[in-house]
Design a protein around this ligand. Structure first.
Ligand SMILES: Cc1cc2nc3c(=O)[nH]c(=O)nc-3n(C[C@H](O)[C@H](O)[C@H](O)COP(=O)(O)OP(=O)(O)OC[C@H]3O[C@@H](n4cnc5c(N)ncnc54)[C@H](O)[C@@H]3O)c2cc1C
Length: 454
């Protein structure tokens, strides 16, 4: 346990040194694995990846339910994920990805109505004509900032980052557009709140999705990306690191079970910021890390009658004003098996916090009650059985107003010899952000190694 390790001295005989590679990576999610892969393939530097769970992937993991894959966190990637798609090619996974449809509905007067793509919205009663027309109000700002909106480099648009999504959309469009369009999309895609999220970051995402041609999925599960990356490195599963200590030019890692690994010349902390802070005391000198916030969510998978004509075709979202809160439900796109299919229900951050104390079983029952109370009779609801429940305390880092400016300053100031950080909170809140932060961490470590040699 962390407290007992804290009280040990480094010379304590209970600490057992193990043979090591050159770099220790804490966290076998996409960012940690991308860092290990880049270190190995581009720089010939070997790494040990310490992962607390039994499998790699973190928030991009898959479980098998009666032979059907269910992605517990990340569901899809998009064609603007350039560094991820580069990895997909390098790992020979091109044939493991398939195109996925991008449609979304919003519940209006208890009926799901088409919301996305924009062409479907034009004919849909999802928004009043006035609200549809007022959506054009985003254009002047979008056009003015268009050239600087870049999901791969959010810093380019820092100077515009002054308003939240709610403030900006209320001013330029209207309340209905916040409640039925921007707010629900933000909440369902990123578990974010319109009241705090930066409009500039949302615009960068909007531009990426408007110019995005394809959304891609891994039909056998997104975890394939992680497991393929893991083939190129040494993984230590079920090894939770509770403390990292600097010793001379190296680092010792204490595990939850009381073992010690190291010394390593360099470490990469590839876990969410709130989990990195208690592991390594030197991070306390960077107040920014304490300000990183995450939304939470729950993914409930329901097993339903696969022949049901009401089976949803795309994601179904709920207006912000709907109470109690829920984020969305959608089919999992997996093939029908024995007449059964899976439907995923995602709770919003506030929706989950209200129900967090419930057991998985009660949470599923309550979520179904909320769904059915807010939507006209869903015939599949009668056949729904809870198949899986995944709670995400750290679902996605929040990119609120001012976050990108603080992040950029932090990146400029962060200097701890032998230490690099990785994770989506350092780049962008999706798989691409995890990959690019992992690549950047690997470059940082490799650069230091080169300087040490010379
Ligand atoms: C519900 C949900 C839906 C999402 N949908 C999408 C989507 O459709 N598309 C998309 O692109 N992105 C999506 N994302 C975001 C995406 O999953 C993440 O951005 C990305 O996977 C983050 O990777 P990471 O390596 O930064 O962090 P993580 O995946 O959190 O990796 C951290 C790893 O460290 C391990 N760990 C933690 N503490 C320790 C410790 N002390 N010692 C050892 N190991 C430790 C964890 O077990 C984990 O494996 C979604 C996320 C969630 C939660």
């Amino acid at each position: 346990m962390a407290s007992s390790v804290d009280s040990w001295s480094i010379s304590d005989s209970a600490w057992r040194h193990v043979m090591t590679n050159e770099v220790a990576i804490i966290g076998g999610g996409i960012s940690g694995l991308a860092a290990a892969y880049r270190l190995s393939v581009s720089h010939g530097i070997t790494a040990d990846v310490f992962e607390s769970e039994s499998g790699v992937g973190g928030r991009a993991s898959t479980v098998m339910l009666d032979g059907r894959p269910l992605n517990t966190g990340a569901q899809f990637i998009a064609d603007f994920y350039t560094e991820t798609l580069d990895l997909v090619s390098q790992l020979d996974l091109n044939r493991a990805v398939a195109q996925r449809s991008q449609t979304a509905c919003i519940v209006r007067n208890k009926v799901p109505q088409p919301l996305w793509p924009v062409s479907a919205l034009l004919k849909s009663p999802a928004l009043s004509w006035r609200a549809k027309f007022r959506l054009l109000g985003v254009l002047p700002n979008l056009v003015r900032t268009w050239r600087d909106l870049d999901v791969h480099n959010l810093a380019r648009s820092i100077r515009y980052d002054r308003k939240t999504v709610s403030e900006a959309i209320r001013e330029s469009c209207g309340e209905e557009d916040v409640d039925y369009f921007f707010g629900p999309l933000l909440r369902a895609l990123l578990y974010w709140d319109a009241e705090t999220t930066s409009m500039t970051v949302a615009n960068a995402a909007l531009k990426a999705f408007l110019t995005n041609e394809r959304t891609l999925q891994f039909p056998e599960g997104i975890q394939r990306l992680a497991t393929r990356l893991a083939e190129h490195t040494n993984i230590l599963p079920q090894t939770r690191i509770v403390k990292v200590t600097r010793q001379g030019n190296g680092f010792l890692l204490a595990t939850e079970s009381g073992r010690v690994a190291g010394p390593y010349p360099a470490i990469v902390l590839a876990v969410p910021a709130p989990l990195a802070l208690p592991i390594f005391d030197e991070l306390d000198s960077f107040p920014f890390l304490r300000t990183v916030q995450y939304s939470s969510s729950v993914h409930l998978a329901l097993d339903v009658d696969g022949q049901d004509p009401d089976y949803p075709k795309g994601a179904t979202l709920f207006p912000l004003s709907a109470r109690p809160e829920i984020a969305s439900f959608n089919p999992t796109y997996e093939p029908v098996s024995q007449g059964r299919r899976l439907i995923s229900v995602f709770l919003s951050d506030a929706g989950y916090r209200e129900l967090a104390e419930l057991s998985d079983e009660d949470l599923a029952l309550r979520a179904m009650e909320i769904l059915t109370s807010q939507t006209r009779k869903l015939s599949w609801a009668d056949s729904a059985q809870r198949a899986y429940c995944q709670r995400w305390e750290y679902a996605l880092p929040r990119f609120n107003v001012g976050y990108v400016a603080n992040l950029e300053k932090f990146k400029r100031d962060f200097k701890l010899p032998g230490v690099a950080l990785a994770g989506d909170y350092l780049s962008a809140p999706y798989v691409e952000g995890a990959v690019s932060s992992g690549n950047a961490a690997a470059e940082r470590v490799a650069h230091e190694f080169r300087n040490r040699v010379h």
